[in-house]
Design a protein around this ligand. Structure first.
Ligand code: ADE
Ligand code: ZN
Length: 316
């Protein structure tokens, strides 16, 4: 089987409807109107975020989160993944009644169980959420910088790109960088090329979450290629969230052919009716990548992974 690696998946967004329905039963909650006929229901980015928050709020105990991570990484490994970085969100943990530390330890426990069963290596990227606010993003950065969890290796910002400006997050990213964490930031998904440019200028990440709308500015594409910035591309997410009408419009190949380092990722897989396996299949079917080219995408991801040299060497 083709080996795969993922750098961009939000752990709360990886909870399958069946799992969320089981959680709702456990906590005596209704899944209406967010899940119908076993499928998440949303119509645009704003209502997607509401469905995402609804699902997240049903994970409340340490064991709930451990099971979520174990379930997701085990399913990835079955599809041929050898490495997975998941975005974690202390804000969601606190909303659900857990401390960031208890939440992170629990996810780490689930990742360790998945590794024991399948060998998959996992890491966590602590994220702040733009639409929750700058203060909470800095709090998340301070937590990431001080938690000393062996599987926390990065810091990022996700959420609604229409809220706030990159300059607002400089301090948070400095805290994370000083602690030696890897840096990635969502940009160029709903924001245009200026959002990506702002991210590069102000945040100086080694990776950009999405970044696809950089394609609208050829100078920026050249800069991304020249600086070796890695793009965490999520093709199916982009289609489902209507960033592009269909795969023929998607800039994956244009970015790749311009020399940008691209990876394949599922973002929030069950919300977009996808899996990492499907993202690789889409790249083969719609973007025409050969098995050799797909293997190179996996290598790009491993080279860009937020891991120590020894772990990377073992994965390569
Ligand atoms: N959080 C979860 N999924 C996201 C996405 N696609 N963009 C921004 N923030 C997110
Ligand atoms: Zn994302």
């Amino acid at each position: 089987m083709l080996l795969k690696a993922e750098l961009h998946c939000h752990i709360e967004g990886a909870a399958a409807p069946e799992l969320v329905i089981a959680q709702a039963r456990k906590y005596n909650a209704s899944v209406e109107p967010f899940i119908r006929d076993g499928s998440f229901v949303w119509t645009d980015f704003t209502s997607f975020l509401a469905a995402y928050d609804f699902a997240a709020d049903l994970f409340r105990s340490e064991e709930d989160y451990a099971r979520l991570a174990e379930y997701y990484l085990t399913s990835l490994a079955k599809d041929g993944a050898i490495y997975s970085e998941v975005f974690t969100s202390p804000d969601h943990a606190v909303r659900a009644g857990l401390s960031p530390k208890a939440y992170t330890d629990a996810l780490g426990e689930g990742m360790a169980r998945a590794k024991a069963k399948t060998g998959i290596e996992g890491r966590m990227i602590v994220t702040g959420v733009r639409h929750v606010g700058v203060e909470s993003i800095e709090r998340a950065a301070r937590f990431a910088a001080t938690c000393r969890h062996p599987l926390v290796s990065g810091f990022g910002v996700a959420g609604d790109e229409r809220v706030g400006a990159m300059e607002d997050y400089v301090r948070a990213f400095e805290i994370a960088r000083e602690a030696g964490l890897g840096i990635t930031v969502h940009a160029g998904e709903f924001g245009g090329p200026q959002s990506v440019r702002d991210a590069l200028d102000h945040i100086r990440p080694s990776r950009i979450g999405h970044g696809v709308r950089a394609i609208e500015d050829p100078d920026l594409v050249k800069r991304i290629a020249d600086e070796g910035i890695v793009l965490e591309v999520c093709p199916v997410s982009n289609i489902e969230l209507k960033v592009y009408r269909d795969f023929s419009e998607h800039p994956f190949n244009a970015l790749r052919e311009a020399g940008c380092k691209v990876t394949l990722n599922s973002d929030d897989p069950p919300h977009f009716w996808t899996t990492l396996k499907r993202e690789y299949e889409v790249a083969a079917t719609h973007f025409g990548l050969s098995d050799k080219q797909l293997a190179a995408v996996t290598q790009t991801a491993i080279n860009a992974a937020f891991v120590d040299r020894q772990t990377r060497a073992a994965l390569l």
